[in-house]
Ligand binder design. Structure first.
Ligand code: WT7
Length: 646
C-alpha cells in the first residue's frame, strides 16, 4: 500500500470525455454547494408527464424521510423505451448473448417497445394492478428485462430474485412482499448446465401460500409440470393480448422495485427504490462514469438478480438509449476466453465486471486473453468488492493493454447507483482505490464515536446527505430502515463499510465492518448462514465468519458445535455444505467447516466473533484479550483444529 502507482488520465480521454478534472471539480463543488439547483437541473435529463417544482425534501434525523422530485410524474418504461422508439426505433437496445456461443439476438428499441407492451398486457390479464408486487425469478434472457419494464409500465413493483437462490430463499422473498404473481422460465442455462427454475418455483409455492399465477417463459422447452389454473406459459398468454399498453402515470416517489439484500442480522431486507430519483441517478451515473456516448456497445456482466443488473444492465443504459449486452453464460464456458470472444463478436467498447471474475481468469494466464483482439474496448469497470492491486494491474495490462482506464465503482444495493468512482476523463487512477465521490455525494469518515475525521484517516464510511438514487425504506419496516442505517451516526447514512482516505482525498474501501461478508461480490449475512446451519438436526450451535480467499475475496468459515453424540467428519461436512446450499443457495456454501466442541463466549453468553475472525484469518497472535471468556481454554482447541485454506 505504501508505494502506489498512479495512472494519469490519457490525454485523449481528458479531451474527449464529458468531464475532465477541472470540470469535475467545478461540477462537484456546485453539486455540494447547492444540491437543489444541481439536481433540479439534472432531473431534466429524463422525461416527465408533470414537471416537478420540488427537488429535494430529505432528512436523516430525528427520523428518516427521503423524497426527491416529489410533485413530478413520469414513467420509467416510457423513459427507457417509448422515448427512444420515437427518436431511434431501429437502434439496438439489447444484444443478448446466449450461454451457447452460437446463440445471440439483437432487439431494437422498437421491438423492445412491442415486447414490453405485450408483457404488460399479459400481467394485466393476470390481474396485476398498480402497486402490486410481482416476483421475477429468471435466467439472463431478454424476457427478464421485458418483465421488469412491463411492471414499471403498469406501475407494478418488481422483486427480482437471483436464479441461484434456493426455493426456501425464494419463498421467503415471495412471502415478505406478498407477491401473488411469479414470472419464471422452464429452466435456465448456465455453463452448459440446466437450472430447474420452474421446479424451484413449485417448491417455493409449496412453502408459502398466496401465489395465484405463475407465468413461465419457455427457455429450453423442457417438459415441466404445470398446475392447472395457476401456471401458464407466457407464449400462450401473449398470443391473446394486444401489443399496445399505455404507460401508467407514476408519482416520482411511487415504488419501482424491491430487491432483497443481506444485513448483519435477521432475514434479508427488502430494499425499496422509487421511480424518478432512482432513474435520474442510474442514468446520470451510467453516462458519466462509463462516459457513455452514442455508438458505444456497453456490457455489464452482472446478473439482473442483483442491483448491478437493475441499474447498469437495464435502467441506466436503457434510459440513456444505449445498446446494452445481456449475457446468459459464465466467464469460463465453453472456454476461459469467453468474455473476450464476446467482446470481439459484438465489438464491445465498455466492459464492466467483478474482481472475482478477473481473479479467476487471471489464474488461467494471459494466453486465453491474448488469443482475442479486444481492440474495440475503450473502458473497463469493476464492481462488487475491493479489487486487489494485482488484479487491477492485470486487468489494465492484459485485458486493456494499457489503453483503457479502469473505473473501480463503489456502491451498494441501498445506494441505487455508483457513489464513489473515478470519472475516466477526470481522475488519475490508483489501483485498488475507488478514488473520489460522484456529483452530489458527501462521504465522511467517522470514528466509533461518530467524530468526523479530517485529512488522511481511516474509519467508518458514512454519507452526510441524500442523493436521488438512495433507497427509501425497507419494505414493510420503516423502523428497521432507520435503525440499520441512520441510528449509528445521527443524521448520517451508515454504509457498513470501513474506509481509508489518503492525502490526495482518495477513498480506499477496506471492506465490511459489520457481520456481512462479501463472497465473490455477493453479499451474505453471517447470521443467515448460521441459522441455516443450526436448522440441521445434528447441529447445536454455529458461528460463521469471513476469511481471505484468493479467488472469492472472502470465503465462508463456519464453526459448528454438534449435538451430543454426533461425530464431526468429512461426511458430515459434505452433508452440511449440501444442506446450506439447499437452504439458501450455492453462493452461501461454507468453504471451511470446523467442528468445535465449544465456542468462545463471554460470561454473559455472547459469542466473541472477533476471536473467531482472527483464527479464521490465521492471525493467532492478534487474538486480543481472551481473559474475559467464560472458558479461555476453548481458544486453544480452536487454534489447534483450524481448517486449512483450500
Ligand atoms: C457492498 C455492497 C454495488 C453493487 C454490487 C454489490 C462492497 C461494492 C465495491 C468496490 C470495494 C465494494 C462494499 C459494499 N463493494 N463495490 N468497488 N470496492 N467494495 O452490492 O451486494 O449491495 O454489496 O459491496 O462492501 O458495502 P451489494
Amino acid at each position: 500500500m505504501s508505494e502506489t502507482r498512479i495512472y494519469d488520465v490519457p490525454r485523449e480521454w481528458a479531451e474527449e470525455a464529458y468531464v475532465d478534472n477541472s470540470r469535475y471539480q467545478a461540477m462537484y463543488e456546485a453539486s455540494i454547494a447547492d444540491p437543489e439547483a444541481f439536481w433540479g437541473e439534472h432531473g431534466k435529463r429524463i422525461g416527465w408527464f408533470e414537471p416537478y417544482t420540488s427537488v429535494k425534501n430529505t432528512r436523516f434525523a430525528p427520523d428518516v424521510s427521503i423524497r426527491w422530485y416529489e410533485d413530478g410524474t413520469t414513467n420509467v418504461a416510457w423513459n427507457c423505451v417509448d422515448r427512444h422508439v420515437a427518436e431511434q426505433g431501429e437502434r439496438t437496445a439489447i444484444i443478448w448473448e446466449g450461454d451457447d456461443p452460437s446463440q445471440s439476438r439483437h432487439i431494437t428499441y422498437r421491438e423492445l417497445g412491442t415486447e414490453v407492451q405485450r408483457f404488460a398486457n399479459v400481467l394485466k390479464g393476470e390481474g396485476v394492478r398498480k402497486g402490486d408486487r410481482v416476483t421475477i425469478y429468471m435466467p439472463m434472457i431478454p424476457e427478464a428485462a421485458f418483465a421488469m419494464l412491463a411492471c414499471a409500465r403498469i406501475g407494478a413493483v418488481h422483486s427480482v430474485v437471483f436464479g441461484g437462490f434456493s426455493p426456501d430463499s425464494l419463498a421467503g422473498r415471495i412471502a415478505d412482499c406478498t407477491s401473488t404473481v411469479v414470472i419464471t422460465a422452464d429452466e435456465g442455462v448456465r455453463g452448459g448446465r440446466r437450472i430447474p427454475l420452474k421446479a424451484n418455483v413449485d417448491a417455493a409455492c409449496a412453502k408459502t401460500g398466496g401465489v395465484a399465477s405463475v407465468i413461465v417463459i419457455r427457455r429450453t422447452g423442457a417438459n415441466v409440470p404445470m398446475l392447472a389454473g395457476r401456471d401458464h406459459f407466457y407464449d400462450d398468454l401473449a398470443a391473446t393480448v394486444s401489443d399496445e399498453c399505455p404507460c401508467e402515470e407514476m408519482a416520482a416517489e411511487d415504488p419501482l422495485f424491491i430487491l432483497y439484500t443481506s444485513g448483519s442480522t435477521g432475514k434479508p431486507k427488502g430494499v425499496l427504490h422509487t421511480t424518478a430519483g432512482y432513474l435520474v441517478y442510474a442514468a446520470m451515473t451510467h453516462q458519466y462514469v462509463f462516459d457513455y456516448h452514442e455508438g458505444d456497445i456497453y456490457w455489464c456482466t452482472a446478473d439482473v438478480g442483483w442491483v448491478t443488473g437493475h441499474s447498469y444492465i437495464v435502467y441506466g443504459p436503457l434510459a440513456n438509449g444505449a445498446t446494452t449486452l445481456m449475457f446468459e453464460g459464465v466467464p469460463n464456458y465453453p472456454s476461459v476466453s469467453r468474455f473476450w470472444e464476446v467482446v470481439d463478436k459484438h465489438k464491445v467498447t465498455i466492459f464492466y465486471t467483478a474482481p472475482t471474475a478477473i481473479r479467476a481468469l487471471m489464474g488461467a494466464g494471459e494466453e486465453p486473453v491474448k488469443q482475442t483482439s479486444r481492440t474495440s474496448l475503450r473502458l473497463l469497470g469493476s464492481v462488487g468488492e475491493p479489487i486487489n492491486p494485482e488484479a487491477w494491474e492485470w486487468y489494465h495490462r492484459v485485458v486493456g493493454e494499457h489503453r483503457c482506464p479502469i473505473v473501480d465503482t463503489w456502491w451498494q444495493t441501498e445506494t441505487g447507483g455508483i457513489l464513489i468512482t473515478p470519472l475516466p476523463g477526470a481522475t488519475r487512477l490508483k489501483p485498488g482505490s475507488a478514488t473520489r465521490p460522484f456529483f452530489g455525494i458527501r462521504p465522511e469518515i467517522v470514528d466509533a464515536e461518530g467524530k468526523v475525521q479530517e485529512g488522511a484517516c481511516e474509519g467508518n464510511l458514512v454519507i452526510a446527505d441524500s442523493w436521488p438514487g438512495q433507497m427509501r425504506t425497507v419494505y414493510g419496516d420503516h423502523q428497521r430502515f432507520f435503525e440499520t442505517y441512520f441510528s449509528a451516526y445521527k443524521g448520517k447514512y451508515f454504509t457498513g463499510d470501513g474506509c481509508r482516505r489518503d492525502g490526495d482525498g482518495y477513498y480506499w474501501i477496506t471492506g465490511r465492518v459489520d457481520d456481512v461478508i462479501n463472497v465473490s461480490g455477493h453479499r451474505m449475512g453471517t447470521a443467515e448462514v448460521e441459522s441455516a446451519l443450526v436448522a440441521h438436526e445434528k447441529v447445536s450451535e454455529a458461528a460463521v465468519v469471513g476469511y481471505p480467499h484468493d479467488l472469492k475475496g472472502q470465503g465462508i468459515y463456519a464453526y459448528v458445535t454438534l449435538m451430543a453424540g454426533e461425530k464431526g467428519d468429512d461426511g458430515l461436512r459434505r452433508e452440511l455444505v449440501a444442506w446450506v446450499r439447499k437452504e439458501i443457495g450455492p453462493i452461501a456454501s461454507p468453504d471451511l467447516i470446523q467442528f468445535a466442541p465449544g465456542l468462545p463466549k463471554t460470561r454473559s453468553g455472547k459469542i466473541m466473533r472477533r476471536i473467531l475472525r482472527k483464527i479464521a484469518e490465521d492471525e493467532f497472535s492478534a487474538l486480543g484479550d481472551t481473559s474475559t471468556l467464560a472458558d479461555p481454554a476453548v481458544v486453544d482447541d480452536l487454534i489447534a483444529n483450524r481448517q486449512n485454506k483450500k
